[in-house]
Write a protein that binds this ligand. Sequence first.
Ligand code: MG
Ligand code: ZN
Length: 221
Amino acid sequence: MVQVPIVRDILSANERIAEENRRLLEMHRVCAVNIMASPGAGKTSLILRTIEAAGEGLRVGVIEGDIASRVDADKVAAAGAPVVQINTGGTCHLDAPMVRAALEQLPLGEIDLLFVENVGNLICPVEFGLGEAARVLVSSVPEGDDKPYKYPGIFAAVDAVVLNKTDLAPYVPFDRAAFRRLIAGINPTAAFFELSCATGEGMAAWAAWLKALLGRVRGTA
Ligand code: MG
Ligand code: ZN
Protein backbone atom coordinates (compact mmCIF):
# COMPACT_ATOMS: atom_id res chain seq x y z
CA MET A 1 0.00 0.00 0.00
CA VAL A 2 2.79 2.37 0.91
CA GLN A 3 5.24 1.27 -1.77
CA VAL A 4 3.43 2.58 -4.81
CA PRO A 5 3.19 6.24 -3.69
CA ILE A 6 6.85 6.20 -2.62
CA VAL A 7 7.96 4.93 -6.00
CA ARG A 8 5.81 7.60 -7.66
CA ASP A 9 7.43 10.32 -5.53
CA ILE A 10 10.91 9.17 -6.52
CA LEU A 11 9.96 9.11 -10.17
CA SER A 12 8.32 12.53 -10.15
CA ALA A 13 11.29 14.05 -8.29
CA ASN A 14 13.47 12.52 -10.98
CA GLU A 15 11.29 13.96 -13.75
CA ARG A 16 11.56 17.47 -12.25
CA ILE A 17 15.34 17.32 -12.36
CA ALA A 18 15.24 15.73 -15.81
CA GLU A 19 13.26 18.80 -16.95
CA GLU A 20 15.98 21.08 -15.51
CA ASN A 21 18.61 19.04 -17.35
CA ARG A 22 16.59 19.39 -20.56
CA ARG A 23 16.49 23.20 -20.17
CA LEU A 24 20.21 23.36 -19.43
CA LEU A 25 20.99 21.27 -22.50
CA GLU A 26 18.68 23.37 -24.68
CA MET A 27 20.32 26.56 -23.44
CA HIS A 28 23.66 25.23 -24.65
CA ARG A 29 22.14 23.72 -27.82
CA VAL A 30 23.39 20.27 -26.82
CA CYS A 31 21.58 17.19 -28.15
CA ALA A 32 21.74 14.44 -25.51
CA VAL A 33 21.23 10.79 -26.43
CA ASN A 34 20.61 8.19 -23.74
CA ILE A 35 22.28 4.93 -24.80
CA MET A 36 20.84 1.84 -23.14
CA ALA A 37 21.71 -1.84 -23.54
CA SER A 38 22.54 -5.01 -21.70
CA PRO A 39 26.17 -5.34 -20.56
CA GLY A 40 28.48 -6.15 -23.46
CA ALA A 41 26.17 -5.14 -26.31
CA GLY A 42 28.68 -2.52 -27.41
CA LYS A 43 27.54 0.85 -26.01
CA THR A 44 31.06 2.17 -25.48
CA SER A 45 32.25 0.74 -28.79
CA LEU A 46 29.38 2.47 -30.58
CA ILE A 47 30.26 5.78 -28.91
CA LEU A 48 33.94 5.39 -29.85
CA ARG A 49 33.09 4.50 -33.45
CA THR A 50 30.72 7.46 -33.67
CA ILE A 51 33.38 9.88 -32.37
CA GLU A 52 35.67 8.52 -35.08
CA ALA A 53 32.99 8.77 -37.80
CA ALA A 54 31.85 12.25 -36.71
CA GLY A 55 35.22 13.86 -37.41
CA GLU A 56 35.64 17.58 -36.84
CA GLY A 57 32.13 18.56 -37.89
CA LEU A 58 30.37 17.14 -34.85
CA ARG A 59 31.71 17.72 -31.35
CA VAL A 60 30.88 14.73 -29.15
CA GLY A 61 30.84 14.67 -25.34
CA VAL A 62 30.14 11.63 -23.18
CA ILE A 63 28.76 10.79 -19.76
CA GLU A 64 29.74 7.24 -18.81
CA GLY A 65 27.51 5.45 -16.33
CA ASP A 66 28.85 2.33 -14.66
CA ILE A 67 28.35 0.60 -11.33
CA ALA A 68 32.12 0.84 -10.78
CA SER A 69 35.41 1.61 -12.59
CA ARG A 70 36.40 4.24 -15.12
CA VAL A 71 37.75 2.03 -17.89
CA ASP A 72 35.11 3.19 -20.38
CA ALA A 73 35.71 6.87 -19.58
CA ASP A 74 39.44 6.35 -20.10
CA LYS A 75 38.79 4.90 -23.57
CA VAL A 76 36.56 7.86 -24.48
CA ALA A 77 39.11 10.37 -23.14
CA ALA A 78 41.80 8.66 -25.22
CA ALA A 79 39.58 9.23 -28.27
CA GLY A 80 39.74 12.96 -27.52
CA ALA A 81 36.19 13.62 -26.30
CA PRO A 82 35.28 15.41 -23.07
CA VAL A 83 33.95 12.76 -20.68
CA VAL A 84 32.65 12.45 -17.14
CA GLN A 85 32.40 9.09 -15.42
CA ILE A 86 29.50 8.44 -13.06
CA ASN A 87 29.97 5.49 -10.70
CA THR A 88 26.54 4.62 -9.38
CA GLY A 89 27.96 2.54 -6.52
CA GLY A 90 25.66 -0.38 -7.21
CA THR A 91 22.57 1.38 -8.57
CA CYS A 92 21.57 -0.35 -11.78
CA HIS A 93 20.50 2.76 -13.77
CA LEU A 94 21.34 6.44 -14.16
CA ASP A 95 18.93 9.03 -12.80
CA ALA A 96 18.50 12.72 -13.53
CA PRO A 97 20.38 14.02 -10.43
CA MET A 98 23.45 11.93 -11.35
CA VAL A 99 23.36 13.36 -14.87
CA ARG A 100 22.92 16.90 -13.57
CA ALA A 101 26.09 16.55 -11.48
CA ALA A 102 27.93 15.30 -14.56
CA LEU A 103 26.60 18.13 -16.76
CA GLU A 104 28.12 20.63 -14.34
CA GLN A 105 31.55 19.16 -15.07
CA LEU A 106 31.30 19.20 -18.88
CA PRO A 107 32.17 22.07 -21.27
CA LEU A 108 28.61 22.22 -22.66
CA GLY A 109 29.42 25.19 -24.91
CA GLU A 110 31.89 22.98 -26.78
CA ILE A 111 29.61 19.96 -27.29
CA ASP A 112 27.07 19.32 -30.05
CA LEU A 113 26.13 15.73 -29.29
CA LEU A 114 26.24 14.31 -25.77
CA PHE A 115 26.08 10.56 -25.34
CA VAL A 116 24.88 9.39 -21.97
CA GLU A 117 25.92 5.76 -21.65
CA ASN A 118 23.55 4.20 -19.16
CA VAL A 119 24.32 1.28 -16.86
CA GLY A 120 24.12 -2.03 -18.71
CA ASN A 121 20.58 -3.20 -17.92
CA LEU A 122 17.45 -3.72 -20.02
CA ILE A 123 14.93 -3.15 -17.23
CA CYS A 124 14.91 0.01 -15.13
CA PRO A 125 17.01 2.61 -17.04
CA VAL A 126 13.98 3.33 -19.18
CA GLU A 127 11.96 4.40 -16.10
CA PHE A 128 14.26 7.34 -15.39
CA GLY A 129 14.20 10.33 -17.74
CA LEU A 130 17.53 12.15 -17.82
CA GLY A 131 16.55 15.20 -19.89
CA GLU A 132 17.71 13.54 -23.10
CA ALA A 133 16.51 14.39 -26.62
CA ALA A 134 16.45 10.75 -27.72
CA ARG A 135 16.75 7.24 -26.36
CA VAL A 136 18.61 4.52 -28.16
CA LEU A 137 18.72 0.82 -27.42
CA VAL A 138 21.76 -1.16 -28.52
CA SER A 139 21.16 -4.86 -29.01
CA SER A 140 23.66 -7.29 -30.48
CA VAL A 141 23.60 -10.40 -32.61
CA PRO A 142 25.09 -12.80 -29.98
CA GLU A 143 22.33 -11.83 -27.50
CA GLY A 144 19.77 -13.52 -29.73
CA ASP A 145 16.76 -12.36 -31.69
CA ASP A 146 14.27 -12.88 -28.86
CA LYS A 147 15.27 -9.83 -26.77
CA PRO A 148 12.19 -7.79 -27.78
CA TYR A 149 10.00 -10.62 -26.46
CA LYS A 150 11.75 -10.64 -23.11
CA TYR A 151 12.18 -6.89 -22.59
CA PRO A 152 9.28 -5.27 -24.46
CA GLY A 153 9.22 -2.25 -22.12
CA ILE A 154 12.56 -0.88 -23.23
CA PHE A 155 12.02 -1.74 -26.90
CA ALA A 156 8.72 0.17 -26.78
CA ALA A 157 10.24 3.29 -25.20
CA VAL A 158 13.17 4.10 -27.49
CA ASP A 159 13.52 6.29 -30.57
CA ALA A 160 15.98 3.97 -32.25
CA VAL A 161 17.27 0.41 -32.04
CA VAL A 162 20.83 -0.36 -33.09
CA LEU A 163 21.66 -3.98 -33.83
CA ASN A 164 25.41 -4.28 -33.28
CA LYS A 165 27.92 -7.06 -34.06
CA THR A 166 26.45 -7.91 -37.46
CA ASP A 167 29.91 -9.26 -38.33
CA LEU A 168 29.12 -12.21 -36.03
CA ALA A 169 25.94 -13.15 -37.93
CA PRO A 170 27.63 -16.02 -39.84
CA TYR A 171 28.64 -17.69 -36.56
CA VAL A 172 25.60 -17.47 -34.31
CA PRO A 173 21.93 -18.16 -34.92
CA PHE A 174 20.09 -14.88 -35.31
CA ASP A 175 16.98 -14.30 -37.42
CA ARG A 176 17.21 -10.64 -38.46
CA ALA A 177 13.80 -10.64 -40.13
CA ALA A 178 12.16 -12.06 -37.00
CA PHE A 179 13.98 -9.50 -34.83
CA ARG A 180 12.75 -6.63 -37.01
CA ARG A 181 9.19 -7.99 -37.06
CA LEU A 182 9.15 -8.14 -33.26
CA ILE A 183 10.37 -4.55 -32.98
CA ALA A 184 7.90 -3.36 -35.61
CA GLY A 185 5.11 -4.91 -33.55
CA ILE A 186 6.23 -3.26 -30.31
CA ASN A 187 7.50 0.07 -31.63
CA PRO A 188 6.64 0.71 -35.29
CA THR A 189 8.13 4.22 -35.39
CA ALA A 190 11.58 3.37 -33.99
CA ALA A 191 14.47 3.93 -36.35
CA PHE A 192 16.50 0.77 -36.94
CA PHE A 193 20.17 0.37 -37.73
CA GLU A 194 22.29 -2.70 -38.32
CA LEU A 195 25.98 -2.15 -37.88
CA SER A 196 29.27 -3.55 -36.69
CA CYS A 197 31.49 -1.51 -34.43
CA ALA A 198 34.21 -4.07 -35.15
CA THR A 199 34.28 -3.48 -38.92
CA GLY A 200 32.59 -0.07 -39.17
CA GLU A 201 29.97 -1.47 -41.55
CA GLY A 202 26.64 0.38 -41.29
CA MET A 203 28.02 3.37 -39.37
CA ALA A 204 27.10 5.93 -42.05
CA ALA A 205 23.32 5.56 -41.67
CA TRP A 206 23.57 5.81 -37.88
CA ALA A 207 25.77 8.92 -38.07
CA ALA A 208 23.32 10.49 -40.54
CA TRP A 209 20.42 9.85 -38.15
CA LEU A 210 22.34 11.54 -35.32
CA LYS A 211 23.08 14.57 -37.49
CA ALA A 212 19.41 14.83 -38.47
CA LEU A 213 18.42 14.54 -34.78
CA LEU A 214 20.85 17.32 -33.87
CA GLY A 215 19.34 19.47 -36.62
CA ARG A 216 15.82 18.87 -35.29
CA VAL A 217 16.87 19.64 -31.72
CA ARG A 218 18.46 22.89 -32.87
CA GLY A 219 15.53 23.75 -35.11
CA THR A 220 17.66 23.83 -38.24
CA ALA A 221 16.29 20.73 -39.98
MG1 MG B 1 30.45 0.63 -21.54
ZN1 ZN C 1 17.96 0.27 -11.82
